[in-house]
Design a protein around this ligand. Structure first.
Ligand SMILES: [Zn+2]
Ligand SMILES: [Zn+2]
Length: 196
């Protein structure tokens, strides 16, 4: 797969301390957290652009711009607290009316990153990085995919399409919607006299 983004977008970092310990391939950043595990009270921020363009979701590719992420790392008691704020637009067809729409999404994620787990600890609460290296993009991509809504509606009260004629009912009623007859009553049609 070719990377559709110029490197310049992906490699915008606002932090000095990270530059030497970051490894980059075309799509992701691996953070070396060793010095965070070694000293308490370290705190650093970085901004990053996560490439999710081209990722498929429900048969379409809704990410049309890189995901902006602001990440704060703080070391505490041998673990690293990661706070991330992400924001991105999605362009998707509405699940009801099929109109394509774009909406901004913003989420906050928190993780506790550790190098080892005590046996009593539930690994669901921690991100385990035994070698001290964190795949930042992989983690945040997963967070985002888990957080996205299961249904994409152009608006909460989207009226959808008429099942008979296919008209977008957000644009107004169609002729057929009111004449709908429950098929179970179809047999009685005409029983009470001719239709008006
Ligand atoms: Zn809709
Ligand atoms: Zn209709």
């Amino acid at each position: 797969m070719t990377n559709p983004l110029p490197f310049i977008i992906i490699y915008q970092y606002g932090i000095r301390g990270f530059a030497p310990s970051q490894e980059r391939d075309s799509n992701s950043v691996i953070l070396d957290l060793k010095r965070f595990f070694q000293s308490d009270g370290l705190s650093e921020k970085l901004t990053h652009a996560i490439d999710m363009v081209g990722m498929e979701l429900g048969g379409v590719k809704p990410f049309c711009a890189p995901v902006k992420a602001e990440v704060e790392l703080t070391s505490f008691g041998g673990s690293v607290a990661l706070e991330a704020q992400v924001g991105f637009p999605l362009t998707m067809p509405c699940d009801r009316c099929c109109e394509v729409f774009t909406r901004e999404y913003a989420y906050r994620f928190s993780h506790a990153i550790v190098r080892e787990l005590a046996s009593s600890e539930d690994d669901g609460e921690f991100i385990l990085v035994e070698d001290g290296r964190l795949d930042l993009d992989g983690l945040l991509r997963e967070d985002i995919l888990l957080e996205l809504p299961g249904k994409f509606l152009c608006r909460e009260d989207c009226a959808g399409l008429c099942p008979k004629c296919g008209k977008n009912l957000n644009e107004g009623p169609c002729g057929c919607s009111q004449r709908e007859i429950d098929p179970r009553w179809e047999a009685l049609k005409g029983f009470f006299g001719p239709e008006e």
